[in-house]
Design a protein around this ligand. Sequence first.
Ligand code: ADP
Length: 164
Amino acid sequence: MARALYPGTFDPITNGHLDIIRRGAQLFESVDVVVAVNARKANLFSIDERVDMIRACTRDLPNVTVLSHAGLMVECLRERKAQVLLRGLRAVSDFEHEFQMALMNKKLDPGCETMYLMPSEQYTYLASSLVRELAALGADISEFVPPEIETVLRRKLSGGKRTP
Ligand code: ADP
């Protein structure tokens, strides 16, 4: 059975991400959720905050580990002795970028396989950016993120600053 990495920004983790993690944890020997450090993106939560939030939501999954990585994901793949990059494919709009990334990662490391899971139907339209906007506008987000994430998000939006 292969080991998988699930890389992303997770700003913040949503029920859509958790759906992929849970299903991945059943398919793979292990799933390492990797918060990718990307200096070009302005994020609401710091890397450490995002790692802590994901850990809090995946405590019940023994074969899931959460870490962060700065640099190429294929390097992380080698370091973690994993073979698969796991990603979610929500809509056709995700496809072009994912296609490019999968081929580039394969070029960088021919042993790297990228595998995609379709989100469960109710999460198809869910994105971290949408959750941040809804929360900032005071909408109910309880259907989209676990309760602990909702609390942290509301606290952050009521006083926190953007962090790199
Ligand atoms: P990135 O900036 O790398 O796209 P994200 O945190 O937005 O990072 O997403 C990480 C991965 O999770 C991506 O493969 C993305 O397609 C997937 N994903 C995001 N939201 C959902 C969702 N609602 N359902 C399924 N997969 C999702």
